[in-house]
Design a protein around this ligand. Sequence first.
Ligand code: FES
Length: 120
Amino acid sequence: MEMPSIPQPTFYIFKCEQSSPPGMPKPSCVNENTRDLFNYTAQSLMKAGIMGPVQIVRTSCLGRCQMGPLMLVEPGHHMYASVSKEKIDKIIEEHILGGNPVEEYLISSQFWGEPVNLVQ
Ligand code: FES
């Protein structure tokens, strides 16, 4: 008897969860105003019944701290900048459920150029 396969996730959402200590001059994605965004996103995915096909992952710094809070959606290398609860609602509705990335929330191409080709 053939075992049913377990489907790959449709999307991964990588949420930067880096916080810097008080007094640190460099901004970070998590501070007292933004620390509940991971849970908010996870709860929104649960309410929509899509936790599983959509995997949310806590990450450390994604290297664009000035643009935070950041959220990277894969596949597609879609990096969302300055996310808020309102933006997360729209990202889930339009990108995750609708298949259309929310262009106006994406990080500027000035800070997110094409990847370096490592093929020799
Ligand atoms: S702290 Fe989030 S990108 Fe650096």
